[in-house]
Design a protein around this ligand. Structure first.
Ligand code: PMP
Length: 432
């Protein structure tokens, strides 16, 4: 104590010992910790459902909340092409050294070609600033941080309404503001294209707008090619900055080139935009966190500067990305035989989803439902936006042990030939 007083005046010592803090009771002093002021965050909507599902002891419970592919036995699916790529990697005896901050360069360049096509002018001119990311979410959040620091205009990201539940939190977390534009007509269960145009026409010039490149989550409704062409014109006229979230390339139409139509069309029209890419769904690499972010630059000098800043953001958050998933993708995309096998497996996944959509709609009709469920068949991708209301969702969970998000979205991948009738019966019971 004496030693301490040589360095600090008495008052400071008294304060340090808590004698000058009458506002804090002895009890509080005992119970308050460094982190006692941390409020509990509200649980992520999907992971909260997964927790509730785990606790449910009913054997016939069904989880339709998570967007991960399941086979017709309801089991996760590791693609055979992925297993083959892993065998090849094993035989190569590679080391586990760090990747560069921007990731594996061959992976980045093959991924860019997968998204933009091999004959793309941007690629030929070397204008793509492409970096490996922690899958699609990592690409979104990296872009958000980059935009927060360097986007020269209003830092607002316009999002379709509805959109993937994590979009707004990711952008807000980086300090951007988010606003909505109309996307879906809840009455017709279709794309509200007119509403979308109306809202996007009102967006201030030089704003950032997010588009789902294909297989829109949660609605499963995408603009047609003609509509994308018109949207491209609008983006050009209004000088908007487009950011494509392409989390499902290949999952909408089973043809990755078709699914990349919007991205390639915008690129053909010389627009400068950004793309987040993910291999979670189309290659089943969910837990490997494999994706890219591409920002198109105006010149090679600009590209070098963008890359340098993306690398700085990566370096200060996680230093460098994981290598295993990127190596798998590199093996597959650089080996024509393996790529062919992957394309067949991707087709197989999409075709199962298409046929189970039809089976679900037919089973609802068979149950005698008076509602029109055709939208289930019209929608594409991993999800169906069923139109079930929150109270119907509560009921189907409580009474039938079927778990889904409050907005009535079901993961079609969780529906199988074995459970489709049970699901249809339950949907009919809660919607009649
Ligand atoms: N964007 C959309 C629209 C998604 O649906 C998802 C996954 N649900 C992601 C991005 C991110 O997925 P991941 O981080 O696994 O690539």
């Amino acid at each position: 104590m004496q030693h301490l007083q040589n360095y600090f005046p008495t008052l400071v010592v008294e304060t340090l010992l808590g004698r000058n803090s009458p506002k804090i009771s002895r009890h509080e002093r005992k119970t308050s910790t460094w982190w006692s002021g941390v409020p509990k965050a509200s649980p992520d909507s999907i992971f909260g459902i997964v927790e509730a599902f785990k606790k449910d002891e009913t054997p016939h419970k069904i989880n339709l909340s998570v967007g991960a592919y399941r086979d017709d036995n309801g089991k996760p699916y590791v693609l055979p092409s992925v297993l083959k790529a892993e065998e090849i990697l094993k035989s190569k005896n590679l080391n586990k050294e760090y990747a560069l901050a921007e990731g594996l360069s061959e992976f980045n360049s093959l991924s860019f070609d997968y998204a933009f096509g091999t004959c793309n002018e941007v690629g030929k001119k070397g204008l793509n600033a492409t970096v490996q990311t922690l899958s699609g979410t990592g690409a979104l959040s990296l872009f958000a941080s980059f935009a927060k620091k360097f986007f020269p205009h209003a830092k607002t990201m316009y999002l379709p309404k509805p959109t993937w539940g994590n979009h707004a939190p990711v952008f807000k977390n980086a300090g951007l503001e988010t606003k909505d534009y109309k996307y879906y007509d809840f009455k017709t269960f279709g794309l509200d294209y007119d509403g979308m145009l109306e809202d996007l026409c009102k967006v201030p010039e030089h704003s950032m707008v997010l588009f789902h490149a294909c297989a829109h989550n949660p609605t499963g409704m995408d603009p047609s090619k003609e509509q994308w062409e018109e949207l491209c014109e609008l983006v050009k006229q209004k000088k908007l900055f487009a950011f494509f979230d392409m989390a499902y390339q290949g999952f909408a139409t089973e043809n990755p080139d078709n699914d990349a139509f919007a991205v390639r069309h915008f690129s053909k029209n010389n627009l400068k935009f950004a793309v987040a890419q993910s291999y979670s769904k189309n290659l089943g690499l969910y837990g490997e966190r494999t994706g890219t972010l591409t920002v198109i630059a105006d010149s090679q000098e600009e590209r070098a500067k963008i890359i340098s800043q993306l690398k700085t953001l990566i370096r200060t958050t996680y230093s460098n990305p994981p290598i295993h998933g990127a190596r798998i993708v590199t093996e597959i995309l650089s080996n024509s035989q393996l790529k062919k096998e992957w394309m067949a497996e991707l087709k197989g996944m999409v075709q199962r989803l298409v046929s189970i959509r039809k089976a679900l709609r037919d089973a609802l009709v068979k149950e005698g439902s008076k509602h029109n469920w055709d939208h289930i068949v019209k929608q594409v991708g991993m999800f169906s936006y069923t139109g079930m209301k929150p109270e119907q969702v509560d009921k189907i969970t409580k009474e039938h042990h079927i778990y889904l998000t409050k907005d009535g979205r079901i993961s079609i991948a969780g529906v199988t030939t074995k459970n489709v009738e049970y699901i249809a019966c339950a949907m009919h019971q809660v919607t009649k």
